[in-house]
Design a protein around this ligand. Structure first.
Ligand SMILES: [Zn+2]
Length: 589
């Protein structure tokens, strides 16, 4: 791990979770815990709770959970080491020098690359406002980009020359090999260097911390031999897939819904009209990485694309990506103008705000799109269309929502609601029979789900008792093997508790979560939820009894599972014997 456990514990304890989360969420005390509206999903009644005693949080709506590190990691989109630094800084805690030379070196390189980009941005900005920037300024004038907005976005101009940026950066004292690493200057075989961006309008790309990490450059004169838009290559500080344009400002807009648009100029013109929550994917199609970065800041996105068919197709491609990420999407296609910029110019910001309200949900948008492909006068077409629509509707799990769609569609295509519903049900039923794998539990019978719950309760019961009671933990150790959990999460949790007890560190919920920091966020959230459970027992005796019952459930389940997998009679007999013996073993607890 990056920092030692005691350093992590000190940083964590210095940052009381109620204070830290209180800076983002309005919390109200109720009983032992605090409650508020979850910052990770949209809700109207609070299901997000914070335990001051355990120093962990948990949302019962979306499942988010963890300790103070996890909260900041998710909320500020930081890596674990960055989170530790962030929280150390918050309490003026001096972290020990990082002794890993490789890390220090990497950080030094990043810092230099940020510095190079900052210097380049200043250079481009000055060029825009010098004589040579006349053509670029004329373009911005034509597009109606106001001076304050040019400054806000740091717009610039890259001169029509091969060397001017390289020379500028060398004069500023940067080394040639670092300049090459920035991707803003290329080297040739003949040992010469030339600027990547020439005679272009320049858009700095800024990350959520305010570092300039790359540029986009737009051609000023149509030249078919070169790309209209050129972007920085991926470097140590820039990855196109993880850095949507304008996320830095969109994040500050405090809007619950972001607008996804096609390009730089759309973002800028929306910003100028007061819509600061627009973002764009740059130089690459909108993908899962973009979606996951955006998901840290919003649950809702309006996909807003140009009015042409390329725009419509881009929207159709973005929808499954958003769906996969769990972001609710609506779609808006600009009509009466070719793009949002032109729309705002022609009809004004107020009309645009109204237009935004007409965005349709993604299911309706996809249905509309299907309808365009077929004619409704012809029976074959009508059947084909109905099948396509049914396939889309079958993805809707909410029965109420489904009912509304079906009524609507039935009217539009003249097929009875009953017929559509029965077809949707058939497809959904078929899907449910398929091996789930995705863990959505759809394929399980009710009985199985109940058994799973009892087992799950037993497992979390054991964890939440042994974590805080070393004596009971030692008793359990004698009669229980953690592999009997048959669940990676519980085995990991138990190992962490084992380690903490061995070192005589009183196991605290929040420290247990810290020890899981390399694990997936799903695992960490589940861990927080288990540790959050407030089980109170009237007496030690009662607690011991609960523990016995839980262990029994787990052990019997384990033996049953082994029997399912037993390869011969002998083994089955042995397991049966074990099963009979469980009661006795438990008694010795
Ligand atoms: Zn939530």
């Amino acid at each position: 791990m990056f920092y030692s456990e005691d350093v992590l514990a000190e940083v964590r304890m210095g940052n009381d979770i109620v204070d830290v989360i209180g800076e983002y969420v309005k919390l109200k005390k109720s009983g032992a815990n605090y409650f508020g509206l979850c910052p990770f999903h949209n809700e109207k009644t609070p299901s997000f709770s914070v335990s001051p005693e355990k120093q962990i949080y948990r949302c019962f709506g979306c499942g988010a959970g963890g300790n103070v590190f996890r909260f900041i990691e998710q909320k500020e989109n930081l890596t674990f080491p960055e989170t530790v630094e962030y929280l150390a800084k918050r309490i003026n805690y001096t972290l020990p020098e990082n002794n890993s030379k490789a890390d220090a070196y990497r950080r030094e390189i990043k810092q230099q690359l940020w510095d190079i980009h900052k210097s380049a941005a200043r250079f481009y900005y000055e060029c825009l406002n010098a004589d040579m920037g006349a053509e670029a300024r004329a373009y911005l004038d034509k597009r109606g980009v106001q001076p304050n907005i040019r400054k806000k976005f740091g717009l610039g101009y890259s001169p029509d020359s091969w060397q001017s940026l390289n020379e500028h950066l060398l004069n500023e004292g940067f080394e040639q090999d670092m300049i090459l690493k920035s991707g803003l200057v290329n080297g040739s075989n003949s040992g010469r260097y030339y600027d990547k961006f020439r005679n272009r309008l320049m858009f700095p790309i800024i990350d959520v911390y305010g570092h300039i990490i790359g540029f986009g450059g737009r051609q000023l004169r149509d030249n078919k031999e070169e790309a209209k838009y050129l972007n920085s290559p991926d470097t140590e500080i820039f990855n196109k897939s993880f850095n949507p344009y304008n996320l830095n400002y969109a994040k500050l807009s405090n809007k619950r819904e972001f607008i996804l648009v096609e390009g730089y100029m759309d973002v800028i013109s929306l910003y100028q009209a007061g819509f600061k929550n627009a973002v764009a994917a740059l130089g690459t199609a909108f993908n899962q990485n973009h979606a996951s970065v955006l998901h840290r800041y919003t649950q809702n996105i309006i996909v807003l694309f140009d009015s042409d068919s390329a725009g419509e197709n881009a929207a159709l491609r973005a929808l499954p990506v958003l769906r996969e990420e769990g972001i609710a999407a609506r779609v808006l296609q600009v009509r009466d103008a070719k793009d949002p910029d032109e729309y705002i110019k022609s009809y004004g910001a107020e009309a645009f705000a109204k237009l935004l309200q007409t965005a349709v949900n993604s299911t309706m948008f996809r249905i509309e799109h299907e309808k365009k492909k077929y004619s409704l006068d012809n029976i074959d077409d009508k059947i084909a269309l109905t099948n396509d629509i049914v396939a889309i509707l079958a993805e809707t799990e909410n029965p109420l929502e489904l009912d509304l769609y079906i009524r609507d569609v039935s009217k539009q295509i003249g097929v009875s609601p009953e017929a559509i519903l029965s077809e949707v049900n058939r497809i959904q039923g078929y899907k449910k029979q398929m091996p789930s794998g995705s863990g959505n539990g759809l394929g399980k019978s009710v009985k199985n789900v109940q058994v799973d719950n009892a087992l799950e309760d037993a497992k979390s019961g054991v964890i939440s008792i042994v974590a805080y009671d070393k004596n009971l933990f030692e008793s359990v150790e004698r009669i229980f093997d953690k592999k009997e959990f048959l669940d990676e999460l519980y085995i990991k949790l138990y190992s962490v508790i084992e380690k903490l007890h061995e070192q005589n560190i009183p196991a605290q919920a929040a420290d247990i979560v810290t020890c899981l920091n390399g694990e997936t966020s799903e695992l960490q959230s589940r861990a927080a939820s288990i540790l959050m459970a407030q089980l109170s027992y009237d007496s030690d005796e009662e607690r011991r009894r609960a523990l016995s019952d839980d262990l029994k459930v787990i052990k019997l389940n384990y033996i049953d599972k082994m029997m399912d997998e037993a390869e011969n009679d002998e083994e089955v007999q042995r397991l049966l014997q074990q099963k009979k013996n469980v009661e006795n073993i438990i008694k010795s607890l």
